[in-house]
Design a protein around this ligand. Structure first.
Ligand code: AMP
Length: 243
């Protein structure tokens, strides 16, 4: 289960909720939303308990207070630090596009739509994120270096952190994450088809059904360790502000 705090905020902005109105301008400027609002969103989302096999929380925690809250409230299996130089973050972020209809994300560098400017899934118009501008990105990078990256030390002390070079293609990045976490490779070889089988039933298209293209932003968690609740892993701030 992938949980993105930024996605929850964006959905609220799109749907004109009260929360959306509270965070819209802050987000557009690339600033961090206040900790109380963020913690409220995380608590409410994790209280849904649709993640019994574990979850990945993306874009959280982004500062020390959020990290302390997370450590106190949940069991964390690991933290994935996706390491990327600012120059590459900038290149990828400025090439990112979101579907204005269904919110699917694309990247003109790595996962372009089949038809320029149009969502493969719903045909909606692809637009840049409001905060994917040079100005907002400068603010996000500043906050990342000042507030988010230092949080890694809190998790390092607990030996939770794996650091992965996020510059290669996403498939390679995923392989590296799995290897470092001791997980099996995702694409296990399929058994050879029976001699008379006509088709393999595999549609073409994107390998993982995830059109999102950017390596900067997830963390993984394993299913429980005998606890009835709470076994997340987290990545502070999604590794980079690009996600
Ligand atoms: P993201 O999708 O992770 O890039 O987040 C988009 C925006 O949502 C950020 O630039 C912040 O304005 C807000 N946001 C998301 N997660 C957090 C967080 N953990 N703390 C504060 N603000 C956040």
């Amino acid at each position: 289960m992938h949980i993105s705090v930024g996605d929850i905020f964006r959905l609220n902005v799109q749907q004109h909720t009260k929360l959306g109105a509270q965070v819209r301008r802050t987000m557009a400027a690339g600033e961090l939303v206040g900790d109380d609002l963020v913690e409220g969103v995380v608590k409410a989302r994790l209280a849904e308990h649709d993640w019994n096999f574990g979850f990945i929380i993306d874009g959280f925690p982004r500062n020390e207070r959020q990290a302390e809250f997370f450590l106190e409230s949940y069991d964390i299996d690991g933290v994935i630090h996706l390491d990327m130089p600012d120059s590459e973050v900038r290149r990828r972020v400025l090439a990112r596009r979101l579907c204005s209809g269904c919110g699917m994300d694309y990247n003109l560098l790595a996962s372009s739509p089949q038809e320029a400017g149009k969502c493969d899934v719903c045909g909606g118009e692809l637009i840049p994120r409001e905060d994917d501008t040079e100005e907002a990105l400068a603010v996000r990078l500043r906050d990342y270096h000042q507030k988010t990256n230092p949080v890694l030390d809190i998790f390092r002390r607990k030996e939770y952190v794996v650091t992965v070079d996020a510059r290669p293609d996403r498939e390679l990045v995923q392989q590296a994450i799995r290897a470092k976490l001791g997980l099996p490779p995702r694409d296990l070889p399929r058994p050879a088809p029976a001699a008379d089988s006509k088709a393999d039933g595999q549609p073409g298209g994107k390998a993982d059904g995830q059109p999102s293209g950017q390596a900067g932003g997830q963390a993984a968690s394993q299913p429980g360790r005998g606890q009835p609740s709470g076994q997340p892993a987290s990545q502070p701030g999604g590794g980079q502000p690009g996600e």
